[in-house]
Design a protein around this ligand. Structure first.
Ligand SMILES: Nc1ncnc2c1ncn2[C@@H]1O[C@H](COP(=O)(O)OP(=O)(O)OP(=O)(O)O)[C@@H](O)[C@H]1O
Length: 314
């Protein structure tokens, strides 16, 4: 069986504004990324702000064409019109929901655009509201009448209404209170079990990723640093960048987060990425070769399924 999602050598570049009659510099948001996902799998994309996670997610959701390379979705079942195999949910559920529309109108919008009639839309809205744990009478209320967590449930309902096989979730928890985060995380896990959905799960937070991901890809300045099964990434991270990110994750029950404490300096600008390995300017293991040669994504020693782009991988 073909993978559900195939990302083949995708680059996404933005042309920046130059002077009069002059082309500006090119911003490499995503650079030569290849990834695939099997049906039912949850792939987490992890990295600091600006690493290109959202840009890649938008491309997977069909909202932004790649500059180079291709993205292929191979749905397992046929999708009639209005039933899109890929949907996206965003970080801030309020900004994604139109405050003047009722929940029913918002959630059913993809079906309306596809010409599904009102009574069928209503039936389907009732079904998806139940799937996300919202009461049926929520349909006739407005988004501002709900809490942040409830609005994220509504955003998930809208993603579910077209019966997708893949949901791109772009930081779906980061706008929520910590106490609510775990409930939404559990809901996403339940929905995956019941409906066999895959998540392309974008997050800067390894603590969250640990609860949901089957596989993890670590992105830095638009490039994959490491990709492996979640268990392997957490147990034996190979790339120094992955190790640094994991070192910054708080241990359960140990209180405050030591965000970024293991990483020195700021992420460089993707307008002018470092030569060779893009991480070398912040890497504790960097040697001369790291500033001249771009490391290939290759198996870590003794671990065929764990790929790491580093000249000095563990
Ligand atoms: N439309 C655009 N035009 C120009 N540059 C863009 C555009 N969208 C994103 N970028 C740039 O591409 C790079 C990657 O951004 P992206 O939002 O994908 O990163 P991210 O990892 O999702 O970060 P964050 O968590 O902050 O959203 C950033 O340098 C960003 O400024």
């Amino acid at each position: 069986m073909k993978p559900l999602l195939e990302i083949n050598d995708v680059s996404i570049h933005f042309g920046m504004r130059g002077g009069l009659f002059q082309a500006g510099p090119t911003l490499r948001a995503v650079d030569n990324v290849s990834l695939s996902m099997n049906k039912g799998e949850t792939l987490a994309i992890v990295g600091e702000s600006g690493s290109g996670k959202s840009t890649l997610g938008y491309a997977v959701a069909g909202l932004r064409p790649p500059t180079k390379g291709s993205i292929q979705i191979n749905p397992a079942r046929p999708h009639s019109s209005g039933r899109d195999p890929v949907q996206i949910i965003f970080q801030d559920p309020f900004s994604a929901l139109d405050p003047r529309m009722t929940v029913e109108t918002i959630v059913a919008e993809p079906l309306r655009l596809a010409g599904v009639d009102l009574s069928n839309r209503r039936m389907r809205v009732t079904e998806v509201l139940e799937q996300v744990g919202m009461p049926a009478d929520a349909a006739h209320r407005y988004p501002h009448q709900f809490s942040g967590g409830q609005r994220q449930r509504l955003a998930i309902a809208r993603a579910l209404i077209g019966d997708p096989e893949l949901i791109v979730a772009d930081e779906p928890l980061s706008a929520l209170d910590v106490s609510i985060q775990s409930r939404i995380l559990n809901l996403m896990g339940d929905i995956r079990e019941k409906l066999g959905i895959s998540y392309f799960f974008i997050s800067h937070d390894f603590g969250v990723v640990r609860h949901l991901a089957d596989r993890v890809a670590v992105l830095y300045l638009g490039r994959i640093m490491e990709v492996a099964d979640a268990d392997d990434i957490f147990a034996t991270p190979s790339h120094p960048y992955t190790q640094a990110l994991l070192a910054a994750v708080p241990r359960i029950g140990r209180g405050r987060r030591l965000r970024g404490s293991a990483l020195k300096g700021e992420i460089p600008t993707p307008l002018n990425p470092p030569s060779g390995c893009v991480f070398h300017t912040r890497c504790p293991r960097a040697t001369a070769i790291c500033s001249t040669e771009r490391p290939e994504l290759l198996p870590a020693p003794g671990r065929s399924g764990q790929l790491s782009a580093c000249h000095h991988k563990d």
